[in-house]
Design a protein around this ligand. Structure first.
Ligand code: GLN
Length: 495
C-alpha cells in the first residue's frame, strides 16, 4: 500500500477488477501523490477531485453488482487541456479561454468513459498547442521530472510529465508536429501519434486540422495499446476519421495486440535507418540511437541504412501549413462565441476585437500573423501552395520507403532537454527542433517515441519509430521488443 501510483494502468485495473483494491482507495492515494508532486512539476491546470471520487465509487459499485466492466476499468487518465471534457474547464493554456467550460465531451472522452476509465483532470501545455517546450502557457511552464530546471518538452508537456512523475499512469496528448513525441522523449515515457484519421478529433480544439491527431502517453506499451484500442475508429462527428474497412485492406475493427518477443522476432521486420537525419543530431543523441540500432542488429532484425530526400524543405512546409490553418482556426476566438466576461460597452468593433485578442500570448500572435501572411493575396502561391507540393513530395518519399521497410528509425529530438528560459525568446531555434517529428504529420503516418536512454547529465533521450499508414501494430511490436530488452518502464525519476 502507498505504492500504487507506481503501477501501470493495466495492473491497477486488474487489481480493481479482482477486488484486491478499491478504485476509491487507489484514487485517493493518487490525489495525495498529485498534491505532493505537482507543486514541483506544474502539469495540472484543473482537476475535479469530487466528481473523480464519485466516479471511482461508481466503479466499485459496478464490480460489487457484477455489472459489465470496461477494458480500462478504474484507470485514471489525464487529458491535455485542448480536449473538451464536459463540465471541466478547457483553457488550451490560454488566457483567452480561461473561463471556458465545454458543453460536451470530445469523442475520445466518451470512448474512454465507456471503457470505465476515470478522467482525472486537465493537463498543462503550450497555448493552443503552439510550442516545443511547454513554456508558452498562461499557467506557467511545465518542469521536467528528471530535472526540474529543464523543460518537459511540448506542447503536451503536462501530459508527458504527469505520466513520467507517476501522477497518472496514462494521459492523452495531441500532436500536430511532434507535440506528443517531443515531451515523451524529454520525459522518458512512451507516446504515439496515430495515423491521420485513426482517432476522432471531434472536441479537440483545432490548431492545424490537417496535421493533428490525439494519442495516448504511458509508461508501458500495454497501456498504450489498450488506450489506443479504446479511442480509435470511425466517428460520424469527424469526417476525416477512418473506418477500419477503408484502411489498408483491413476489414475488421482496429485492434492492437501485445505479442511475445519471439512472436515479434518471427515477423522478420525490415528496419530502415534514416541516416541523413540522424547525422544532424547532438552526439549524445546520436550515440544513444546507434546503441538501439545495434540492439536490433544483435537480434537479427534486417537493418539497413536509408535516407529521406527533400527533408530539408519539410520544416518550412510544416510551418507554412500549420500557421495558415491556425490563423483561420483562431479567428473564432472573438469573445462572442467563446471567451469571458468583457463588457463591449464603449468600444467600436475593431477596438473591441483587438482588445479581446490582445489576450493571446506572444507565440500565438506570431503564428496568426505568419499564417495570415502566407495566405494573403499575392503570396498564396509562393508559400501555401508550394508548401502543399512539398507535403506531397514527402508523402511520396515515405511511400517509396515503406515498399522497402516496415519501420523507420530516427531520433525523436535532435538535442537534449534544455533549461527553462533558454530558448523561450528564440522562436526559430524552437521551430528547428521539430525537424524529425513534423515528417510524419505531413505524411499522415503513425510515429511513436520510446525511451532510449540518458545523457551523461541524466537527461532523457527518445527513439522515434515510424511506420506506414494504419500500421500502428509494427510500432507497438518494436516498442514491446525494446521494453522487454531495456526494461525502460522501470526508468523512473526520483521525485
Ligand atoms: N512544435 C510544433 C509547433 O509548435 C508542434 C506543436 C504540436 O504538435 N502541437 O507547431
Amino acid at each position: 500500500m502507498g505504492e500504487l501510483h507506481k503501477l501501470p494502468g493495466y495492473q491497477v485495473s486488474q487489481k480493481i477488477r479482482n477486488q484486491e483494491i478499491f478504485a476509491e482507495e487507489y484514487i485517493s492515494q493518487l490525489f495525495e501523490r498529485i498534491d505532493k508532486v505537482d507543486l514541483k512539476i506544474n502539469s495540472f491546470i484543473s482537476k475535479n477531485y469530487e466528481s473523480v471520487l464519485l466516479k471511482a465509487k461508481q466503479i466499485d459499485k459496478k464490480i460489487k453488482n457484477n455489472e459489465k466492466l470496461g477494458s480500462l476499468l478504474g484507470i485514471p487518465i489525464g487529458i491535455k487541456d485542448n480536449i473538451s471534457v464536459l463540465g471541466l474547464k478547457t483553457t488550451c493554456a490560454s488566457r483567452i479561454l480561461q473561463e471556458y467550460v465545454p458543453p460536451y465531451n470530445a469523442t475520445v472522452i466518451d470512448r474512454l468513459e465507456k471503457q470505465d476509465a476515470i478522467i482525472i483532470g486537465k493537463l498543462n501545455m503550450d497555448e493552443f498547442g503552439m510550442g516545443t517546450s511547454s513554456e508558452f502557457s498562461h499557467y506557467g511552464p511545465v518542469h521536467n521530472p528528471w530535472n526540474q530546471e529543464y523543460v518537459a518538452g511540448g506542447s503536451s508537456g503536462g501530459s508527458a510529465a504527469a505520466v513520467s512523475s507517476l501522477q497518472v499512469p496514462v494521459s492523452l496528448g495531441s500532436d500536430t508536429g511532434g507535440s506528443i513525441r517531443c515531451p515523451c522523449s524529454f520525459c522518458s515515457v512512451i507516446g504515439i501519434k496515430p495515423t491521420y484519421g485513426l482517432v476522432s478529433r471531434y472536441g479537440l480544439v483545432s490548431y492545424s486540422n490537417s496535421l493533428e491527431q490525439i494519442g495516448p502517453i504511458a509508461r508501458t506499451v500495454v497501456d498504450i495499446a489498450m488506450t489506443l484500442n479504446a479511442i480509435c475508429g470511425r466517428d460520424s462527428n469527424d469526417n476525416t476519421s477512418a473506418s477500419s474497412s477503408a484502411s489498408a485492406g483491413i476489414d475488421q475493427q482496429f485492434e492492437y495486440k501485445i505479442d511475445s518477443v519471439d512472436g515479434i522476432l518471427g515477423k522478420n521486420y525490415k528496419v530502415g535507418i534514416i541516416d541523413n537525419l540522424i547525422d544532424s543530431s547532438e552526439y549524445q543523441v546520436k550515440e544513444t540511437v546507434h546503441k538501439k540500432i545495434n540492439l536490433l542488429k544483435e537480434h537479427d532484425f534486417s537493418v539497413h541504412k536509408t535516407k529521406i530526400n527533400y527533408s530539408d524543405f519539410a520544416l518550412a512546409a510544416y510551418y507554412v501549413i500549420a500557421t495558415a490553418e491556425a490563423s483561420s482556426n483562431l479567428s473564432r476566438f472573438d469573445n462572442i462565441r467563446y471567451g469571458f466576461n468583457y463588457n463591449p460597452e464603449g468600444y467600436e468593433w475593431n477596438s473591441y476585437s483587438s482588445h479581446v485578442r490582445s489576450n493571446f500570448g506572444e507565440e500565438v500572435k506570431r503564428r496568426i500573423l505568419v499564417g495570415s501572411f502566407v495566405l494573403s493575396a499575392g503570396y498564396y502561391g509562393k508559400y501555401y501552395l508550394k508548401a502543399q507540393k512539398i507535403r506531397k513530395i514527402i508523402k511520396n518519399e515515405f511511400n517509396k520507403l515503406f515498399k522497402l521497410f516496415d519501420v523507420l528509425v530516427l531520433p525523436t529530438m535532435p538535442i537534449l532537454p534544455f533549461r527553462i528560459g533558454e530558448k523561450v525568446a528564440k522562436p526559430l531555434e524552437l521551430y528547428n527542433l521539430d525537424i524529425y517529428t513534423i515528417l510524419s504529420n505531413l505524411a499522415g503516418i503513425p510515429a511513436m517515441s520510446i525511451p532510449a536512454g540518458f545523457s551523461k547529465e541524466g537527461l532523457p533521450i527518445g527513439l522515434q519509430l515510424l511506420s506506414n499508414e494504419f500500421n500502428e501494430q509494427v510500432l507497438i511490436d518494436i516498442a514491446t521488443f525494446f521494453e522487454h530488452k531495456d526494461k525502460f518502464n522501470e526508468w523512473i525519476p526520483s521525485i
